[in-house]
Design a protein around this ligand. Structure first.
Ligand code: F6P
Length: 370
């Protein structure tokens, strides 16, 4: 059956990428827009996420813009992780707190004036919450979940995650060789917000000796004990893969920055330094730390993410064909499906402490610092 025979009844649609970027965004844009072009649908790209929607910045996507973007990191449309249309900071009060304004009506007007009949929204939980708000105002929206953190409720995998795991694993592998040379403990702090998925997967893939995740608070004495045990076994180094959201059993998460203008104001960071310094002080073993940071968000998507992005983009277009809107495409039990756009709102998909990968890691001797 040719695609043209089953085209959605749409003449013009928009695509937007919101929130923090991740590898695979361009592959989704490509999958959606190529399909739309086959159906002679005019595709408008909204620039810089919801900021562009608030500011009425649209551009018509051209077929030639899609060439070569399957393997390109970032997003050709740009993104923004501060622009929440219903609560956008427009200035500051005398006490420094932000002044917010609701731009929902402005955004709806821009979409209607431009005769946008459907919108594919690619983003994380915050972006999906705003998308659900537009859907409740009658806009035909389909969401595609993204994040390196893999923490979106309703889907068991998000694109960008596997590339981030590759990057973190590569860093952990590299750190091992230098740690071995110097008999050191090396701490690698990885991203993931409040979910330990990146640390868990990269930690297992690299054979890290200690994995610290937010879901399992750690005890520094237990980690010291692991290091001493390794010394007794004449191990040359200890590698610790630490999630930025990890916290001590008797303490709080480490906050690097608070941005009150952002829908998600807390920026985590600092636990890697804390752990490395505490270990060196208590064990006398030289310890160093590395914060991988945004390296995990950049670069080319791995093949698995290119495939997943293409599948999710295609599924979004299939939902538009069926007129099934107000939905987010998802993967559940390994199969493509869709869930209500509200599903991810205000919730994060955390690592269950009895997850099979946690058990497998424990079984090969990995410590979770508990
Ligand atoms: O949600 C993706 C993510 O990279 C998190 O892992 C990290 O905590 C956060 O975004 C960093 O945000 P920013 O790009 O604003 O520093």
């Amino acid at each position: 059956m040719s695609l043209a025979q089953t085209c959605p009844a749409i003449r013009r649609m928009a695509i937007i990428t919101g929130g923090g970027d991740c590898p695979g965004l361009n592959a989704v844009i490509r999958a959606v827009a190529k399909d739309a072009f086959h159906c002679n649908i005019d595709v408008q790209g909204i620039e810089d996420g919801y900021l562009g929607l608030i500011e009425n910045r649209f551009r018509q996507l051209q077929p030639q813009e899609l060439s070569g973007i399957l393997r390109r990191g970032g997003t050709i449309l740009g993104s923004n992780n501060k622009a929440n249309p219903s609560q956008f900071a427009v200035g500051k009060n005398p006490d420094g707190t932000p002044i917010f304004r609701d731009f929902t009506e402005d955004c709806l007007r821009h979409l209607r004036n431009r005769k946008i009949e459907a919108m594919v929204v690619i983003g994380g939980d915050g972006t999906m919450t705003s998308a659900a708000n537009f859907a409740s105002h009658g806009i035909s929206v389909v969401g595609v979940p993204k994040t390196i953190d893999n923490d979106i409720q309703g889907t068991e995998i998000t694109f960008g995650f596997q590339t981030a795991v590759d990057t973190a694993t590569d860093a952990l592998d590299k750190v091992r060789t230098t740690a071995d040379s110097h008999h050191r403990a090396m701490v690698v702090e990885v991203m993931g917000r409040n979910a330990g998925w990146i640390a868990l997967h990269a930690g297992v893939a690299s054979g890290s000796d200690v994995i610290l995740i937010p879901e399992i608070p750690f005890d520094i004495d237990a980690i010291c004990e692991t290091i001493h045990n390794r010394e007794r076994q004449n191990k040359r180094s200890t590698i610790l893969c630490v999630s930025e959201g990890a916290r001590p059993r008797d303490g709080q998460q480490f906050v690097a920055k608070v941005d009150p203008t952002s829908p998600d104001p807390i920026r985590l960071g600092g636990v890697g330094k804390f752990v490395a310094e505490a270990l060196e002080k208590r064990t006398g073993i030289e310890s160093r730390y590395v914060v991988l940071g945004h390296v995990q968000r950049g670069g080319v998507p791995c093949p698995a993410d290119r495939v997943l992005s293409t599948l999710l983009g295609h599924h979004a277009m299939m939902l538009l064909r069926e007129g099934k809107v107000g939905r987010m495409v998802a993967v559940q039990n390994g199969r493509l499906t869709d869930v209500d756009l509200q599903e991810p709102a205000g919730r994060q998909r955390l690592v269950p402490v009895d997850h099979p990968l946690v058990s497998a890691a424990r079984a090969v001797g990995t410590s979770f610092g508990d």
